[in-house]
Ligand binder design. Structure first.
Ligand code: ZN
Ligand code: ZN
Length: 269
């Protein structure tokens, strides 16, 4: 029996260049698209609300229904400098998140990373650079043991790896950890989510860094990211930013304990 030999790095590189030149299928409409990206039309559709929504929280990227304070930043002490979202958790991109997380289409992480780079450039005030220094580490939010067993991968970590390659940023997996046996976030209301995540993350050691970037898939209320940011700051990180694939829009803010949080498949928020 002939042993299967892995492709050489040079062959993989040439194959990727050839595929990019030929084009691949868009994950949304199946039209020809650059390898690992949506087609230009679907890219425009997915990014529409990020470009055009008139009011948005400058810290957590929440699309607001009117000018005014951000409810997510007002009812907790934000530990994050700024959150950058690739797109709002609305159609048509919400279907991509479901396929990514529920159907194991982890190759979508490449398209998400490309969209996140666009969002970083869009918010860079003209120079195209991220708001953090070069070689700042990306730190994915750790998944629960249950979700890792069910999915076979951590969506936040997969996204962080693809983003790190595009931005030439290291990905740090060995600093932030998650306590076991917490309730699934998507089953809880806003107040319960805060309590559930209050001590969910911790750092295994002190780490004196000027800056770090947390990475997650879907941001709903900010409890997860703020708790993780507090753990990093307690370990010695000076400033914490975050990049997420999708930002849940503002809904039903007059019902803070029974808020109509979207039924997305995230155990984070
Ligand atoms: Zn398309
Ligand atoms: Zn906010």
């Amino acid at each position: 029996m002939t042993a299967v030999r892995p492709f050489s790095p040079r062959f993989s590189y040439l194959r990727a260049r050839l595929s990019a030149a030929i084009g691949a299928a868009c994950a949304l409409c199946n039209a020809t698209a650059p390898l690992g990206r949506l087609c230009p039309g679907c890219t425009s559709d997915v990014q529409h609300s990020m470009r055009e929504h008139p009011w948005r929280c400058a810290r957590c990227a929440l699309a607001l229904p009117a000018p005014g304070p951000c409810p997510d930043c007002a009812d907790q002490a934000p530990s994050l400098e700024k959150v950058i979202a690739a797109f709002d958790y609305v159609g048509p991109a919400d279907s991509l998140i479901l396929r990514y997380k529920n159907a194991r289409q982890f190759q979508l992480a490449t398209a998400f990373a490309a969209l996140a780079v666009d969002a970083i450039r869009l918010g860079s005030q003209g120079n195209g650079s991220p708001p953090w220094p070069a070689l700042t580490p990306l730190i994915p939010i750790p998944g629960s043991r249950r979700s890792l067993q069910r999915r076979g991968f951590n969506p936040a970590a997969e996204f962080a790896c693809r983003l790190g390659r595009l931005l030439n940023m290291p990905v740090l997996h060995s600093l932030l950890y998650r306590e076991p046996d917490h309730l699934k976030q998507s089953t809880l209301n806003r107040r319960q989510r805060r309590a559930n995540t209050a001590h969910l993350y911790y750092c295994a050691r002190n780490c004196h860094l000027p800056c770090a970037v947390l990475v997650d898939d879907v941001l709903t209320t900010g409890s997860t990211l703020n708790t993780a940011a507090r753990a990093l700051i307690a370990a010695g990180v000076d400033r914490v930013f975050a990049v997420v694939i999708a930002r849940t829009p503002c809904v039903a803010r007059d019902e803070p304990d029974s808020i109509g949080l979207p039924d997305h498949p995230s155990e984070h928020d």
